[in-house]
Design a binder for this molecule. Sequence first.
Ligand SMILES: [Fe+2]
Ligand SMILES: [Fe+2]
Length: 277
Amino acid sequence: MLTIAQITDLHITTDRDPENRHRNATRLESVLKAIHGLHPRPAAIVASGDLTDVGAPEEYVALAEILARSEIPLHLTVGNHDRRQAFLDTFAGAHALPDPNGFVQYAVDVGNLRLVVCDSLDENGDEGAFCEARAAWLAETLDAAPDRPTVVVIHHPPIPSGIQWMDPDPAADWILRLEAVLAHREQVCAVICGHVHRAFQGMFAGKVVSVSAATSLQLTLNLTPVDRRVADGRQILIGEPPGFALLTWTGGALITHHCVAGDFPDPITYDKPFDAT
Ligand SMILES: [Fe+2]
Ligand SMILES: [Fe+2]
C-alpha cells in the first residue's frame, strides 16, 4: 500500500517571536516523529503551505534545519503566510519548483500516484488566488497524464468550512477558475488543502476536498456568524494536538486518515491471534 503524509500550516518562525518559534517548531517535530513511526513508512511528505509565519528568509532557513532531519522525501508549496522568492531561495530544487511564470507549481510522481502541486498565494492579501496563468498551467499539466491517478495540492480550500471569518466567497473568480479546470478531469481523485487549521472535508467540482489539521495551533470550531469588522472576543485558536493527514492509495481508491501526533497512554498489543484455529 502506498501512503503519503500531508502536513500543513507549520508557521515556523524565528526569535522575532520566541513563543511561536518554540511552540511551532516543537509541534512540527512531534508530527515528523509520528510520521516516521508509521507502518508502513510513507513514501513522501507533502507540505501544503503556510510553512512560515511571515515569509522571511531566516524563517525558511530555520524550517530547512528541521526538515533536513526527515528521512522521507519532502514536497513543499506556499500559503498566504509565505513569500515565493524567499521560499524558492531556500527550497527550489529537490523540494519544489517554479512553473514558467514563477509560481510554485509542479508535478511529481510518488509511486503510482501523481501529485500536482498548485500555488494559491496572493502576496497582497490572505485570500486565495488562482489566476488565468496558473489555471492554464494546471489544465496543461493534468492533460499531460490523463490516465494517472492524481491528487491536487493547493493551500486554500475552495469550499467554505463554516468557520466564517476564514471562509472564501464560493463565487470568487479564483474558485470558479479552479472548478472549470478540475471538472471532468477524471484522473483527479482528491484535492488536498490546509489554511483552515482544522480537518474537514467536502466536495468540489465532483472531487473530494480533504483539509488537514495544522502542525501549529488549530482553529477553534465556532460556526456562528462573525462580523469581520467588529472583534467580539471569541476564541479563534486553540492548542489542540498537532495534526497531519495520511493519504493511502490502494490502487483503486484514495483513503484519507486524519491523525494527531504526541505521546499517548494505554497502548494495547496484539498478543493473541484475532482468529482462533
Ligand atoms: Fe495557516
Ligand atoms: Fe493560510
